[in-house]
Design a protein around this ligand. Structure first.
Ligand code: FAD
Length: 281
């Protein structure tokens, strides 16, 4: 954690592009509320094969028009080089200078992997087309990506993205601080010197969290799972207990020198802003 401790703290909030007019209104209310916390930036996810191309850009442009920094995500799965280039050029044409570059996951029913196989190839492609125009964030996985075969591979593949030109990384969410600290130490030992910002998933709905975690390989520790399961349909208790757990997680991470926090808000301001207030940020 040595090099991470020296970095200024960066806080960011992630959204997904809403599909309905009502969803847009709710998101607008959420980013306006969270904007009062003066994050470093907001980011907006991107669907495989460019399925949310317009919604991602529209969300980012709306937030930027209000004077905030906002970074669109882009993923290369199920996309051609031509389509990716067009989207990257569109981002640049709008004056966007910050991007989150991912491989993405292939939704069932989609057959084509795309022309770029892994996120390191996407990072290299963005650099090839646009040089140093963008600040590029990538994803990394303290508890290991579900497809990764070994811990050593995880670090090796992450390093490929850094060597290709990534400037910073955001982790998959986790509830074991040791997983993050050990991962950061291993990255530093491997010569990775970029900020590794913990991704934070507030807990508001246990069934949804369990579904996400099964899919992305983030562990819900047994002590936490059993507690949350024990609350059954008592949403207020799940939220209250989740707030205690996640606030302490954030506090421990910041105290030990994490360079910031990236909140997966799921387009809701409530839990994230309560955690923020409790942290006294
Ligand atoms: P990669 O870095 O390419 O890694 C994917 C897998 O391949 C890993 O197991 C890795 O170890 C392995 N690998 C990498 N390089 C090689 C290689 N050269 N040879 C062999 N194996 C290799 N998904 C979306 O669809 N849209 C989003 O907007 C989005 N935003 C995200 C934001 C964050 C912060 C995070 C953590 C995830 C996000 N995801 C998003 C999910 C992400 O797309 C998935 O986790 C995806 O499965 C992996 O993406 P990646 O960019 O980490 O891929």
């Amino acid at each position: 954690m040595q090099s991470q401790k020296k970095l200024p703290k960066a806080f960011s909030f992630e959204f997904y592009p809403p599909k309905t007019a009502e969803g847009k209104e709710k998101l607008r209310a959420a980013w306006k509320q969270l904007g009062q916390l003066k994050p470093k930036y907001f980011s907006c996810t991107y669907g495989a094969g460019g399925s949310t191309r317009e919604g991602t850009l529209e969300t980012v442009l709306e937030i930027r028009a209000a004077g905030f920094e906002a970074a669109p995500h882009i993923s290369c799965v199920a996309s051609s080089r031509t389509d990716l280039k067009a989207q990257i050029e569109r981002y640049r044409g709008q004056g966007i200078r910050h991007i989150v570059a991912l491989r993405g996951d292939l939704p069932s029913g989609l057959a084509s992997l795309g022309e770029l196989r892994y996120a390191n190839e996407l990072v290299a492609f963005i650099r090839e087309i646009t040089g140093d125009w963008f600040k590029i964030e990538v994803a990394c996985y303290p508890e290991f990506h579900p497809e990764t075969r070994s811990a050593a591979d995880e670090i090796r593949h992450f390093k490929r993205k850094v060597d290709a030109g990534a400037n910073a990384a955001i982790t998959q969410y986790f509830y074991n601080t040791d997983a993050y600290f050990r991962f950061v130490d291993e990255c530093e030992a491997a010569g990775i010197a970029i900020p590794i910002v913990p991704g934070i998933m507030p807990i508001g709905n246990f069934a949804q969290l369990a579904r996400f975690s099964d899919a992305c390989g983030a562990e819900i520790p047994r002590w936490l799972r059993l507690r949350l399961e024990g609350f059954r349909d008592d949403t207020a208790s799940i939220r209250s207990y989740g707030l205690d757990v996640v606030t302490r997680l954030c506090d421990d991470l910041l105290t030990a020198g994490a360079p910031g926090l990236h909140f997966y808000t799921l387009n809701q301001a409530g839990l994230t802003s309560t955690i923020w207030q409790r942290l006294g940020l």
